[in-house]
Design a protein around this ligand. Structure first.
Ligand code: GLY
Length: 362
């Protein structure tokens, strides 16, 4: 049965979740947009798997399609790639009423969304996420960005898609590491706001149920804070340190792996500073390990703090970190930037020291 979740942002839109939905992308999209020209954006890994299905689905419903093929991966998340996409759109003669369709994971969505925000001062776009991470988190909410000046997601815009179509059938062939990294974001949603979701993860609930729970939570948060000025920032749990770990690893680790260890650093520090019960940290660690995610890093607190302080969440001499405060609850915790290293220094003896776990460090 189709799950429909409405995201009530400035321009409301639906997130639909149903097996086989990619094959119906054309008819569903035709109901919400006027234009009939679509440029499908995907990378060379996704194209052989789903491009024909999606292109057919659009053309059967009267859309004229064009294609922009990206070089996949976080390293391709640059302004140059956005320009490549915009050049392809201009060559395909796309006008104001055309749309971009991002077919792929979070990176494809981020690049396509930013190009849609910029092309002709903003055209419509839709998201066709093909990874667990993108379905559960990245595809809804309208955050778009590329990396710039050596910083993750420094250049971006809020530009809500007109539609998000999640087809959980594609998860059946998703490589295991990508399923695992998606689980890191799902654990994040549980930690931020749902003891029920934490229970479901522990009980091995089906991915489509977990995805729907995350999107419902995201809808409730984003509706009140579309532009990430308030409570939406809780969804950055694990990201300040996670982004630092991605950078320290020269983007060779998965985003979800960085987030997994980033959440543990924040949680362990919160416990040590008396801000959170130890059981919250223990459960997070267990859920991440259950999903074959790393729970250690070889980097020391000083290095992690140094990079984290270059993060967007820094505000002058203050930085806000998301910390857990109870099971299924997180809070925004601000501190002077000079105190960040000391705040997480305790992790050197735990999270950042490879201990009994023979799980890969990041
Ligand atoms: N990925 C977190 C957010 O969209 O706010």
């Amino acid at each position: 049965m189709m799950e429909k979740i409405v995201i009530n942002t400035s321009v409301p839109y639906e997130v639909l979740l149903e097996n086989g939905l990619l094959g119906h992308a054309g008819e569903v999209t035709a109901r919400v947009v006027e234009g009939r020209r679509v440029m499908i954006v995907c990378d060379g890994k996704i194209a052989p798997q789903y491009l024909n299905t999606v292109q057919d689905a659009f053309e059967r419903n009267g859309f004229e399609t064009s294609l922009c093929l990206l070089h996949g991966g976080e390293k391709g998340k640059t302004l140059a790639t956005v320009e490549q996409l915009i050049t392809a759109a201009a060559k395909a003669d796309l006008g104001h009423d055309s749309l971009f369709a991002a077919l792929g994971g979070g990176v494809t969505g981020d690049i396509t969304g930013l190009a849609a925000a910029l092309y002709m001062r903003g055209i419509d776009w839709i998201q066709l996420p093909t990874t667990l991470l993108a379905m559960a988190d990245a595809a809804a909410g309208g955050k778009t960005a590329v990396n710039a000046a050596g910083e993750k997601n420094l250049l971006g815009a809020f530009h809500q898609p007109r539609l998000v179509l999640c087809d959980p059938e594609v998860l059946k062939t998703l490589p295991l590491p990508l399923l695992n990294e998606g689980m890191a974001e799902i654990v994040k949603y549980g930690a931020v706001g749902s003891t029920k979701l934490l229970d479901s993860i522990r009980n091995g609930e089906r991915p489509e149920m977990l995805i729907a729970a995350c999107i419902r939570m995201k809808a409730a948060i984003v509706e009140h804070d579309e532009h990430d000025r308030g409570q939406r920032r809780l969804l950055n749990f694990g990201h300040t340190f996670g982004h630092a770990l991605e950078r320290l690893n020269d983007f060779t680790i998965y985003h979800g792996e960085g987030v997994a260890v980033g959440m543990l650093i924040a949680a362990f520090a919160a416990v040590k500073h008396g801000l959170c019960p130890a059981s919250v940290y223990e459960e997070l660690r267990l859920l991440l390990k259950m999903n074959h995610l790393p729970v250690n890093t070889r980097f020391r607190a000083a290095e992690i703090a140094r990079i984290a302080l270059r993060d967007k969440k820094r505000n002058g001499d203050m930085i806000t970190v998301v910390i857990p405060s109870a099971r299924g609850r997180c809070e925004l915790f601000s501190m002077p930037t000079r105190e960040l290293e000391g705040f997480i220094a305790c992790c050197d003896e735990n999270v950042t020291a490879c201990s009994e776990d023979k799980i890969r460090e990041v």
